[in-house]
Design a protein around this ligand. Structure first.
Ligand SMILES: C[S@@+](CC[C@H](N)C(=O)[O-])C[C@H]1O[C@@H](n2cnc3c(N)ncnc32)[C@H](O)[C@@H]1O
Length: 266
């Protein structure tokens, strides 16, 4: 059995294997945040906790909708959708993250279908879902050339895909050693694509992806998504030195640290 699991892992692309290793190892650090997010009824989003009423990522009424979260982690976005009436499936690459999601679903009495797998190649049938979402899951850890066609395949015609992750500006200004963003360009914007953090000095591990804005548009067109909205969440004023992950509040007040894409399957 263990041998089967190992050979299945070995068949995955390098970044999916590396991100599985990284997230299984990091999962214990995400338990507390997951518990707090599960306890909130009103969603807030991203590293700055921008409230749902400012961003409108979820339909207010999701009754009768089949929804999927791609890279669900501890599952709190899935819980928010289930509380709005959706039938929710969450898929995640990390068994450890899913263990937290399963425990919290049981504790909160919320019925979720939770699947261990790769959001770039899911086990779901064509046209299974009306709504797909990723908050820093597939949105940043999956190869857009692979996960966007997959999201398109499993959505029904007219279905919506919403995702939130790092803004290209933040990654252009992020030093390669993993230290916080600076007001200087550290890598070429036109060479974004794959961001490999396995050699970083600070908290090494993981492979992320991002694209230039024009490349995101080109990919959406090629895959068959129409863009309905694009948002750049901004934190409230506060302590400029406050550091969340690799961004400070002062930086994120001046420059966009996050982006939201809202798409519809054509
Ligand atoms: C930051 S969490 C996202 C969940 C939650 N919204 C949050 O912000 O905590 C990132 C999640 O993406 C998952 N992930 C990374 N690569 C993935 C892949 N190829 N398929 C599915 N999930 C993946 C990780 O296992 C991890 O649980």
């Amino acid at each position: 059995m263990a041998h089967d699991a190992e050979s299945a892992d070995a068949a995955l692309p390098f970044h999916v294997q590396e991100n599985r290793r990284y997230w299984d190892e990091m999962a214990h650090e995400w338990v507390g945040g997951g518990e707090r997010a599960w306890a909130r009824d009103e969603p807030d989003w991203g590293i700055w906790g921008v409230p749902e009423h400012e961003l409108d990522l979820l339909p207010a009424d999701m009754r009768g909708l089949d929804a999927v979260e791609l890279g669900c982690g501890t599952g709190y976005v899935s819980a928010w959708m289930a509380r709005r009436g959706a039938r929710v499936t969450g898929i995640d690459n990390s068994a450890e993250q899913l263990a937290t999601a399963r425990r919290l679903a049981a504790e909160h009495g919320i019925d979720l279908t939770l699947v261990h797998g790769d959001a770039e190649a899911t086990p779901f049938a064509d046209a299974s879902f009306d709504f797909a979402i990723s908050e820093y899951g597939a949105a940043i850890w999956c190869d857009p050339e692979r996960w966007l066609p997959e999201a398109h395949r499993i959505l029904r015609p007219g279905g919506r895909l919403v995702f939130l992750g790092h803004h290209p500006w933040a990654q252009v200004c992020a030093p390669l050693d993993g230290s916080p963003v600076v007001q200087r360009m550290e890598r070429p914007y036109f060479e974004l694509g794959r961001l490999d953090w396995t050699e970083a000095t600070i908290e090494p591990g993981g492979v992320e992806f991002n694209l230039t804005v024009s490349d995101w548009f080109a990919l959406f067109r090629r895959v068959g998504f129409a863009v309905e909205d694009y948002r750049e969440p901004r934190p409230d004023p506060g302590d400029d030195a406050e550091d969340r992950f690799f961004v400070t509040r002062g930086w994120a007040r001046r420059f966009p640290s996050e982006q939201v894409w809202k798409l519809r399957k054509l």
